[in-house]
Design a protein around this ligand. Structure first.
Ligand SMILES: Nc1nc2c(c(=O)[nH]1)N=C([C@H](O)[C@H](O)COP(=O)(O)OP(=O)(O)OP(=O)(O)O)CN2
Ligand SMILES: [Zn+2]
Length: 140
């Protein structure tokens, strides 16, 4: 099996509602998203011969979606009061509401599901800090 790997990072804030510790406060990370795609075969003809996919095409898709999350406050749905949420938006802060608690684990599945729409994804690794990461992959 061939595996291609690419990565892109975004800087954003989050907090973990109900967490007993410092991560309950709004704080930021440089989130590093590593995407691996897999294939048993390579393209046989044409200008992509010998490749799984063109790194350029893979990078473009990963960069575009990951960049959407840059410089935002990522908020789990219903974890802020409607009033505060609206006030922050009223101040033009960029909020991204997600359906999940914004942990590294949940982000790894979130990115896996997104990129798996276009590529055969082996796994996604999300680094929340340089030393801590979560991996999502599906059992075969
Ligand atoms: N399994 C998980 N545990 C934790 C997650 C997570 O996503 N999955 N997230 C957090 C917090 O978001 C937190 O930001 C991480 O904190 P921490 O590991 O303490 O990282 P720091 O680099 O800030 O630690 P220092 O010791 O202050 O350097 C918590 N747990
Ligand atoms: Zn955090």
């Amino acid at each position: 099996m061939y595996i291609l790997q690419t990565e892109h990072s975004f800087d954003s804030a989050h907090f973990l509602k109900g967490y007993k510790g410092k991560c309950a406060n709004i704080h930021g990370h440089r989130w590093r998203v590593v995407v691996e795609i897999k294939s048993d075969a390579l393209v046989e003809n044409g200008h992509l011969r010998g490749m799984v996919v063109d790194f350029g095409d893979l990078k473009k898709v990963v960069k575009e979606f990951v960049d959407f999350h840059d410089h935002a406050l990522i908020v789990e749905k219903n974890s802020l009061s409607k009033e505060l949420f609206n006030m922050l938006q009223g101040e033009n802060f960029r909020l991204i509401e997600v359906e999940f608690r914004p942990t590294a684990e949940n982000f790894s599945k979130y990115f896996y599901d997104e990129f798996n729409k276009k590529f055969d994804v082996k796994r996604v690794i999300v680094y929340e800090t340089p030393n801590n990461s979560a991996i999502y992959e599906e059992q075969r």
